[in-house]
Write a protein that binds this ligand. Structure first.
Ligand code: BYC
Length: 475
C-alpha cells in the first residue's frame, strides 16, 4: 500500500514541482491556511489521532487511505480527476469546441465568481461545525465529523489551487479573502446565507450534512460539466468525497429516529412531552429541524429567475445536473420551464424562458433527490408500527431568496397572513425551547462503542472496522 510522501509539502497530481511560481504562491498561502485551521477548525482536537481517510491520488485504491492522523498533519492535497484529451464544451454557445484548458478572457470574472462562491462554502462549514466535537454522541460520530471537516478543508484547497493557477493576482487576493470571511460574522460574513447559520447541535449537523452537503453534490455536478476543464476535473474528484458526507447525514437522522421509535414502542407513548422525558428527540421536533434545513438549503440555488444563471450556462461555465445525459439541444434557446409565483393568496404556475430558470431546474432536481431520503427515514418509523410520517415542506415555505422571499407560506403550500404565520411558526420551525431541549441532550460520549442515549448505534463501522474500534485516540 502506498503512503503519502511527507517530504512533499503539498501532495498533488498536478505536477506542482514543475511550476515554481505556483508552488511558491501555494506555500505562502499554506501557513495562513494552517493558522485559520488552528483558530477556526475543530475546537480542542488538534492533538487527537483520528482514523481518517486521506486521498493520496485519484486511483480507486489511492483516494481512500485509512490510518490514524493528527488533523493539523492531514495532507490537504490537490487532486484533479484524470484528463480526457477529447473532452468538449458540451452546452451553451461554445458547444462542440474543445474544452478550455485556460480561462477564456471574456468569462474570467464570472468564472472567478463561481469558484470563489464554491470555495467560500468549504471553510464556512468547518467554522459552523467547530464546537460539535465537544458534544459528540460517540467516537464513531466524532471521527465522521472530523473526516468531513478535513475534506471540506481539502475542497477549499481545490478551489484555491484554481484561483492561484488561473487568476493571477486577483486569484491570490481572493484566496486570502477566503480565510478572512467568517461564518456568522457581522462585518465579514460568508457569501451565501445558509453558511452563516449556526450548526449548534448534532441533529442540526446531520440535517446539514443530509440537506446542505447535497446542495454541494448538485452544484459540484453542475460545475463538473463546465467547459473550463480544470474546474470540471476538480469537481469530479471532490464528488467522490461528498458521498460520505451525505451518508453521515442520512444515517445520523435515521439512527436518531430509530432510537426515538424504540422508546415510543417500549413505553407505548406518542405524546412529544412524554417522549422527551425519556431523553430522546420527539418526531415533531425532528420534522421542524427538517423544515428549517430543507428551506434554508433550497435558498442556496439562487433566485428562480436569474440572468446570472442564463449567462453561466450560455457561456459554457456551469451546466445542468447530468447535462451530458440529457437529450435536448444543450442550448435551450426558445425552451420554457414552469415556475411558481404568488398571485394574490395563491401560488400559480407560469412559463418562463428555460435559460433564465436554470437555478429552479437545479433546485427541482435537488428536491427530488432529497425527498427520496425522507422516504427512507419514514420506513424506519413505519417498521416500528408508528403512524407519524416526515414530509418535505412546500418549496415556497420559509424562503429568503427568489420570488417567495418576504411571502408567508405554510409547509403545505398555502399562502397565509402574517398573523397565521406568527400563530403557527413554533409548530413549523425549531423554537428556542426545541433548540434548548436538543442542546440539553448533547453530552460527550467517548468510550469506544458507547452511544449517547438519544441515538441508535450505526449498523456497521468505518472501513470494515468494528463499531467499538478506537476511532479517536485522545492522547
Ligand atoms: N445567499 O441571480 P441569483 C457546498 C445572491 S454547497 C445569499 O439567483 P446566481 C457545500 C446572488 O449572489 C454548494 N445571497 O444568483 C455544502 C446574487 O447577488 P448579486 C456551493 C444569494 O448567481 C456543505 C443575487 O442574490 N456552490 O459545496 O444565479 C458543506 C441574485 O441571485 C443567495 C455553489 O453555490 C444565497 N443563498 O445564483 C460544504 C456554486 N443566492 O449578484 C460545502 C457556485 C443568491 O445581485 N455558485 N444570492 O450581488 C453559484 O452557482 C451561484 O452563485 C448561486 C447563486 C447558485 C449560489
Amino acid at each position: 500500500m502506498s503512503s503519502i510522501d511527507y517530504s512533499e509539502k503539498i501532495p498533488n497530481n498536478v505536477n506542482l514541482s514543475e511550476d515554481r511560481a505556483l508552488q511558491r504562491a501555494l506555500e505562502h498561502w499554506q501557513p495562513n491556511y494552517l493558522q485559520w485551521w488552528q483558530e477556526m477548525g475543530p475546537e480542542g482536537a488538534q492533538d487527537f489521532d483520528v482514523y481518517l481517510r486521506t486521498a493520496i491520488n485519484t486511483t480507486p485504491d489511492g483516494w481512500a487511505q485509512f490510518g490514524h492522523v493528527k488533523m493539523p498533519d492531514y495532507r490537504w492535497g490537490i487532486f484533479l480527476a484524470a484528463q480526457d484529451a477529447e473532452r468538449k464544451v458540451n452546452f451553451g454557445e461554445h458547444k462542440g469546441e474543445a474544452a478550455w484548458q485556460d480561462v477564456p478572457g471574456e468569462h474570467r470574472a464570472n468564472l472567478r465568481r463561481i469558484i470563489v462562491t464554491q470555495g467560500d462554502t468549504e471553510p464556512a462549514s468547518v467554522e459552523q461545525q467547530r464546537h460539535l466535537g465537544l458534544t459528540a454522541p460517540s467516537q464513531y460520530d466524532l471521527r465522521n465529523l472530523f473526516q468531513i471537516n478535513v475534506e471540506e478543508g481539502r475542497h477549499l484547497w481545490a478551489m484555491v489551487y484554481l484561483l492561484h493557477k488561473y487568476f493571477g493576482r486577483d486569484g491570490r487576493e481572493e484566496a486570502e479573502a477566503l480565510l478572512h470571511r467568517n461564518s456568522g460574522s457581522q462585518d465579514n460574513p460568508r457569501i451565501l446565507e445558509a453558511f452563516n447559520e449556526e450548526t449548534p447541535d448534532w441533529l442540526a449537523f446531520y440535517m446539514f450534512t443530509y440537506f446542505t452537503d447535497r446542495d454541494g453534490k448538485f452544484q459540484l455536478c453542475a460545475l463538473a460539466e463546465s467547459g473550463f476543464d480544470p474546474l470540471s476535473r476538480t469537481c469530479r474528484f471532490m464528488l467522490t468525497e461528498e458521498a460520505h458526507h451525505m451518508f453521515v447525514g442520512e444515517s445520523g437522522v435515521s439512527r436518531t429516529i430509530q432510537r426515538t421509535c424504540e422508546i415510543m414502542k417500549q413505553h407505548g407513548i406518542e405524546d412529544p412531552e412524554q417522549v422527551r422525558r425519556h431523553g430522546v428527540i420527539d418526531l415533531p421536533t425532528i420534522q421542524r429541524y427538517l423544515n428549517f434545513h430543507f428551506s434554508v438549503t433550497i435558498d442556496l440555488f439562487g433566485a428562480d429567475q436569474s440572468s446570472n444563471a442564463a449567462t453561466f450556462y450560455s457561456s459554457g461555465l456551469k451546466g445542468r445536473y447530468e447535462e451530458t445525459k440529457r437529450t435536448d439541444d444543450h442550448q435551450l434557446k426558445g425552451e420554457h420551464y414552469r415556475i411558481l409565483e404568488v398571485q394574490g393568496d395563491r401560488l400559480v404556475e407560469k412559463e418562463v424562458p428555460m435559460l433564465n430558470a436554470l437555478n429552479e431546474v437545479l433546485r427541482d432536481d435537488y428536491i427530488k433527490d432529497s425527498i427520496a431520503g425522507i422516504g427512507r427515514w419514514n420506513k424506519v418509523i413505519e417498521k416500528a408500527g408508528l403512524s407519524f410520517r416526515l414530509q418535505a415542506p412546500h418549496k415556497a415555505f420559509n424562503r429568503h431568496i427568489g420570488s417567495f422571499s418576504g411571502m408567508r407560506v405554510a409547509p403545505d403550500g398555502r399562502v397565509i397572513s402574517e398573523a397565521e404565520w406568527q400563530a403557527n411558526v413554533r409548530n413549523w420551525l425549531p423554537s428556542e425551547e426545541d433548540r434548548a431541549y436538543v442542546a440539553s441532550l448533547m453530552g460527550r460520549v467517548i468510550e469506544p462503542g458507547k452511544m449517547a442515549n438519544w441515538i441508535a448505534p450505526p449498523a456497521i463501522g468505518i472501513n470494515r472496522q468494528a463499531v467499538d474500534f478506537e476511532y479517536v485516540r485522545f492522547n
